[in-house]
Design a binder for this molecule. Structure first.
Ligand code: PMP
Length: 353
């Protein structure tokens, strides 16, 4: 830290992203990316858009918003495209939290939420999960906080029912409820339809997992136009051209090819269910997951040790050192072949202990 850093940011906790190592080729099961490439139409759209890079992109991303609106079943004014869904989470903390409005989220969830609370000087109300890593909607009724819940949750993979989300939104009419649907396409139910009834409900989406665009950085906020106007104001005050021309084109083409991506999500869900069964057969405890990752621990190998042994064998998974979950690893789901290779290596490791 330099002597120039503002005192406002002196003690901030910094988000640590998953590793993206370049030292050798790994089977990357650590950052929940899609194992499938973007569709050919997306690659072509990016090439075409790159010809116009001398000009600024559309700051309103209208074509992309129209394509998103069609797929999500809303009007374009209900959609704000962003530079990865991390950006809309940041906007939401800026727009809907302050010294008097804390942010509430589960104590085991996406580690970016407490980082954003720290960055913006917002009090974080961390709501304990129930046994089995369950989010109990009753813990979020009438909280008087901006509520942020990942559904499915990360890194656990467990999902809420829509009726639970509705109860949370209905019981907090004076506060915004953010449902982070980064992983919803792998089997949970989307709350987008509820945004029509609850003007305090903001659903966030990303193309990093289900739509093979992690490197393109594209996410969305979907909500009543009132909330979208607030978020757009923050966007225009920080980075008016937040989604670059190539990514706008890629996203529009991806929406037009949505069935290709949904088919990929179904294949990932099949590979997940296969791998969960195979890991359970090897003695793992695996949390029921509706996401594109598994959260698993084995009684005879500490989480950090398994992470290390897999890494030595060319497989990267994600280990979190916080004590409540240090026994576990979060394993991203790839293709069926990749999951067979993972379970094969795990079997070797267990046999060698
Ligand atoms: N929400 C959750 C729950 C996540 O796990 C992630 C991935 N790190 C994100 C949001 C952010 O995704 P992105 O910024 O790539 O859209």
């Amino acid at each position: 830290m330099s002597e120039y850093r503002s005192s406002r940011f002196a003690g901030i906790d910094v988000y640590v992203p998953g590793e993206q190592p370049r030292d050798r080729k790994y089977l990357k099961l650590n950052t929940n990316e899609s194992p499938y490439p973007p569709s050919p139409a997306v690659l072509e759209a990016v090439r075409e858009a790159s010809r116009g890079l001398n000009l600024y992109c559309d700051p309103t991303a209208l074509t992309l918003r129209r394509a998103a609106a069609e797929v999500y079943g809303v009007e374009p004014e209900w959609v704000l495209p962003v530079n990865g869904s991390d950006e809309i989470l940041n906007f939401a903390f800026m727009a809907f939290c302050d010294r008097d409005i804390p942010a509430a989220f589960p104590d085991i969830s996406y580690s970016f939420y407490p980082v954003l609370a720290g960055l913006h000087g917002v009090r974080a109300v961390e709501v304990p999960l129930r046994p089995g890593f369950i989010i109990d909607y009753r813990d979020y009724l009438g909280l008087n906080c901006t509520i942020v819940i990942a559904n499915p949750n990360a890194p656990t993979g467990t999902a809420l029912e829509l009726s639970d989300i509705e109860a949370i939104a209905a019981s907090n009419p004076k506060n915004v409820v953010v449902i982070d649907e980064a992983y919803v396409d792998f089997g949970a139910k989307s709350a987008i339809s509820l945004t029509k009834r609850y003007k305090n409900l903001l659903v966030t989406r990303t193309f990093s997992k289900s739509h093979s665009l992690a490197g393109g950085r594209l996410g969305f906020g979907i909500a009543d136009p009132g909330l979208i106007a607030d978020l757009t104001a923050i966007k225009d005050c920080t980075n008016p051209y937040n989604v670059n021309a190539m990514t706008q084109a890629a996203g529009t083409a991806a929406f037009r090819d949505n069935e290709y991506y949904m088919e990929n999500c179904r294949a990932v869900a099949d590979a997940r269910d296969y791998a969960a069964g195979a890991l359970r057969d090897l003695g793992f405890e695996v949390t029921p997951s509706k996401a594109n990752f598994l959260f698993a621990r084995h009684p005879s190998v500490p989480g950090g040790e398994l992470y290390k042994l897999l890494r030595e064998r060319g497989i990267l998974v994600r280990h979190f050192s916080s004590p409540a979950i240090a026994d576990y690893n979060r394993i991203s789901v790839g293709t069926m072949e990749q999951m067979k290779s993972l379970t094969g290596r795990v079997e070797e490791i267990l046999a060698s202990l």
